[in-house]
Design a protein around this ligand. Sequence first.
Ligand SMILES: NC(=O)c1ccc[n+]([C@@H]2O[C@H](COP(=O)([O-])OP(=O)(O)OC[C@H]3O[C@@H](n4cnc5c(N)ncnc54)[C@H](O)[C@@H]3O)[C@@H](O)[C@H]2O)c1
Length: 277
Amino acid sequence: MKDVVVLVGTGSIGQAIARRVGAGKKIVLGDLKLEAAQSAAKIFEDAGFDTSAIAVDISSRESILNLVEHAQSFGAVKNLICAAGVSPSQAPVAAILKVDLYGTAVLLEEFGKIISSGGSGVIISSQSGHRLGALTEEQNFQLATTPTEELLDLPFIKSITDTLKAYQYSKRCNVLRVMGQATPWGKRGATINSISPGIIITPLAADELKGPRGDGYRKMLQASPAGRAGTPDEVGDLAEFLMSSRGRFISGADFLIDGGTTASYWFGDLQYLKATH
Ligand SMILES: NC(=O)c1ccc[n+]([C@@H]2O[C@H](COP(=O)([O-])OP(=O)(O)OC[C@H]3O[C@@H](n4cnc5c(N)ncnc54)[C@H](O)[C@@H]3O)[C@@H](O)[C@H]2O)c1
């Protein structure tokens, strides 16, 4: 038996993280598309990692429970990485809420029941969640603590009709859900945090750059403090720190890694974007 790392969403952000924390462990690679998990497994195996690929749909609790059982068959689950998601250009409102908001919440809940002592988890949220204005204290509490099966019935979630808003609320919910889960994870001796990346060049970001908001994204990147998009490896480095022994005092926290874009959106050169969000 080995310590197990579970990665859900085997795109390049997820791979960059798993590669940094997976040496000597069993890496379970889960994705909606089995071929994506299998091609990631091939890359990892060729680089000396021990893997197992599995199809998982995080919008289904049954599928998540199947993933939990599969992961535990190899040993104690030490790390959870969630880099699964759909973007506003890829999916309709209902699918974004079911995968990004509900699915991530169920994943946190189910892995929070079995994560091993000394373990850690990282959920990939997004800078998008930082572009919503402040929610009320009650809304924050509801997003953090409402039982998972009732989350999509919250009136202010049910009334969302726009894909960008669906994504923003989902990503805000990820951050609040991580705060809500820090207590149960802490009781098991584990930490849980979220990372909110800005635009990171991956196939998902490439879709966004080609999509209806592509021109806007390019202009935004040029005018941002960093003046460029980020790379999966930069997100991987941050996640590695959070999941390492140096990160043990950090839990229930969110880390924005966006080259200063959010700061500029609220208070700098990118304030013009507020009119369109
Ligand atoms: N790339 C960016 O610029 C960026 C910025 C901020 C946040 N993010 C977030 O990072 C995460 C990873 O994105 P990425 O850029 O690596 O994209 P990606 O498309 O390369 O990876 C996402 C993976 O999630 C999988 N997936 C989709 N729905 C799923 C489901 N229901 N169950 C299981 N897997 C599912 C996809 O098959 C895909 O392999 C997403 O949550 C995304 O919202 C990305």
